[in-house]
Design a protein around this ligand. Sequence first.
Ligand code: NAG
Ligand code: NAG
Ligand code: NAG
Length: 429
Amino acid sequence: MRRVVVTGIGAVTPLGVGIRRTWNRLLDGHCGIINVNHTDARFADLPCQIAATVPAGKRLDGGWTASEWLSRDEERKMARFAQYALAASDEALQDAGWSPTTFEQKESTGICLGSGIGNFDEIYNTVVAYDKGGYRKVSPLFVPKLLINLGAGHISMKYGFMGPNHAATTACTTGAHSIGDAARFIACGDADVMLAGGAESCIHPLAIGGFARARSLATGYNNAPEKASRPFDADREGFVVGEGAAMVVLEDLEHAKARGAQIYAELKGYGCSGDAHHMTAPKENGEGAYLAMKKAMKNANFQPSAVDYVNAHATSTVVGDAAENAAIKSLLLGAGGKHKASEVNISSTKGAVGHLLGGAGAIEVLFTILAIHENVMPPTINLERLADGFDCNYAPKEAQERQIDVALTNSFGFGGTNSSLCFARLQDK
Ligand SMILES: *[C@@H]1O[C@H](CO)C(O)[C@H](O)[C@H]1NC(C)=O
Ligand SMILES: *[C@@H]1O[C@H](CO)[C@@H](O)[C@H](O)[C@H]1NC(C)=O
Ligand SMILES: CC(=O)N[C@H]1CO[C@H](CO)[C@@H](O)[C@@H]1O
């Protein structure tokens, strides 16, 4: 198997457009969650009126203006999740210094881009229009704007990538699966370079209403949106829907070295598992999460004692955070691991960016890579009070500088699909 490294990163998030801006604001403790009641009268009915939205504005100020990234034709044809992914891809490719020109380069470059929900607005608007006006109201762009894999399709067209072209859609595990699967394409020799990540944009009252009905969302913080997402905190009550995209450039180590590319970290391990338990609820003992992490560690060939940092999936739900916390502790404590819970370093960045659903695993991979690259643990904002069993170090409210050579990042999705990725500082180059 070939070794896989990360050579470029890019993102569009509720903390801003661009990964540097996002990361700096994350470390400074900012939050991208706002009240969205004013954006659509139908939010007034909902128990949850908040979301983590990508800020509008000029690119120079870290805001989103589609026309700064896309031609009019691209804007018309592409779903918003794919638009965000295109901007994140552009940033990641420039960061990696990779712009294939020859046939061989294009043929050995591929993309894995997934989304959890896809183009919710398009389905909604078309259903409403069809109901009133019938067939003549159906746009020829309806199907191409609906299909989730067209995100990867559009980006491959823009850059001429003719390698593997793939789209996972595994709810909130989508971003992690996309990156893990892309790494396997490289490891197995199907591609030398893969652009990989996840994207989401479904801040629509019906989508938020659906998650609210599933009793997944925080509903008591409509007047204090920046306090709503509070992973591991005793007063947590659900997640906050977010939007955005994050992309990485993954590359065969030898390929990266040959062209003198910067290397952020090595992707050492990838583990996947299923809970075989319930549609939306995890097993309380965190067994599914445990198995995914264990497989990633086995794949990476690391002992639990080697793990310096875990970027948790922790979405701020009562049951999910507790299950994951239990799983991390049972994996990292004891024989071959840490001696005390306080030596286990975990944080969740969802307090700041909310839950990007299909994009969550991808943005959290970027945060994990930067944690290694800059030796800093991003904070868990809003963590004020810990309940029993939460006795690890969660970097409450403030980032912590510490040596981080090996890190795990977890993603769990509805349906009980779990995945964990293990990254490490590049050794023995
Ligand atoms: C694996 O993925 C999903 C979480 O939200 C899920 O349904 C299962 O919960 C999760 N496993 C655990 C134990 O967290
Ligand atoms: C939400 O917006 C509606 C108008 O669309 C307004 O009538 C209502 O008072 C707002 N709700 C809150 C809690 O601000
Ligand atoms: C592996 C590692 O860096 N563990 C650290 C986690 O954080 C505590 C502080 O709470 C440190 O003492 C550990 O060394």
